[in-house]
Write a protein that binds this ligand. Structure first.
Ligand SMILES: [Zn+2]
Length: 347
């Protein structure tokens, strides 16, 4: 099986030859390629080259292409600060008032910076790699996370708490679904095999608010991207409390942070959707030893792999300084202990 076939088999509820490995490594890849982050994340050619350098080294099955969590916010007019050591962050949000939502215009991803650079990277990677690897062209933030970025996190949570203008909040969230969907479809047209959006989880909003404001919009996004373009949702932190809602969103993949309960995640998703994760990118892959990575990866395989529906990898972005030998240990463990029998048990 090629990496692409192996990954699609899992997403389509089949049993592949072994558990595929997915690397959320755009920051680390930039460092491995010798590029400064500021320069790399701004140019599609460098984003693609960094991914290729990392892929030639690790041979992973799923490639996660993005330039951080601020691409759409920047495209919509937020002021974004880039550094050489850390991921970009928003310095000045674009929405001074909720009423400003009326001024927002859905950008054309193919011509609006920096979305067009991520699209360029996906095109280059698809041209270079063809049907070998599953290329996940990530369409940045999900509706609630994007709305918070556009308005400023603290301010947006206050807007929600005060709830004086629910119709403007709804309008903003609906606008965010529309922009993100358009970006996702542009990435698909550029050659991505799938996409992912990052949403806030249940350690940021209550499960009740998640059900009311987040879930219906995630459902619209996943209905629009459709079954032929497998799409994922990622939520940082502990999202155990909204696992059933994440499954109900229609996401084909849940990219889960290791703070989420692994056993509950398996229980909730078995036979319904696929988990991507859940090896700790900070405490294990960054700060741990290869032996600890092997132990934790094996643990993840034993709990999450039986019956399929699992892509092993870090459940969130790897930091630039992640030791290469730790990523190698993850890959080796997947190759050594991640082979399937036809009945879906591990060999
Ligand atoms: Zn995360």
């Amino acid at each position: 099986m090629t990496s692409l076939e192996r990954t699609l088999t899992v997403i389509n509820s089949g049993i592949p030859d072994r558990v595929p490995v997915a690397l959320h490594n755009f920051l680390m890849a930039s460092r491995m390629a010798g590029f400064g982050l500021r320069e790399c994340l701004a140019k599609g050619e460098l984003l693609a080259e960094a991914q290729l350098v990392a892929w030639r080294r690790f041979g992973h099955d799923v490639m996660l292409v993005e330039n951080g969590t601020t691409a759409m916010a920047q495209a919509l007019g937020c002021e974004v600060v880039f550094g050489d050591e850390v991921a970009p962050r928003i310095a000045v949000p674009v929405l001074k008032t909720l009423e400003d939502v009326e001024k927002l215009v859905v950008p054309d991803p193919n011509t609006t910076y920096p979305l067009c650079e991520v699209i360029k990277a996906v095109k280059i990677l698809r041209r270079e790699l063809g049907e070998q690897v599953f290329i996940m062209g990530r369409s940045d933030q999900a509706p609630m996370a994007l709305a918070a970025a556009l308005r400023g996190h603290g301010t947006f949570w206050m807007d929600l708490g005060e709830n004086e203008k629910p119709e403007l909040i709804a309008k903003l969230l609906d606008f965010c679904v529309e922009t993100t969907t358009r970006y996702a479809l542009a990435l698909r047209d550029a050659g991505a095999h799938g996409t992912c959006i990052g949403e806030v989880g249940s350690d940021v909003v209550s499960p009740a608010m998640y059900r009311k404001l987040v879930l219906p919009r995630l459902q619209r996004f996943f209905a629009a991207t459709g079954p032929a373009f497998p799409s994922a949702v990622h939520q940082c932190g502990d999202t155990t409390a909204v696992l059933p809602e994440m499954v109900a969103s229609g996401a084909r993949i849940l990219e889960l942070d290791p703070k989420t309960d692994m056993h509950k995640a398996k229980q909730e998703t078995q036979g319904k959707t696929t988990i991507l994760g859940m090896v700790d990118p900070a405490n294990v892959l960054h700060r741990g030893t290869p032996a600890l990575v092997a132990q934790k990866s094996r643990e993840a395989l034993e709990i999450l792999a039986p019956g399929g529906g699992f892509l092993i990898g870090p459940g969130c972005a790897l930091v630039p300084e992640t030791p290469e030998e730790n990523v190698e240990a993850l890959i080796e463990t997947a190759h050594r202990y991640g082979d399937y029998r036809a009945d879906g048990t591990l060999e």
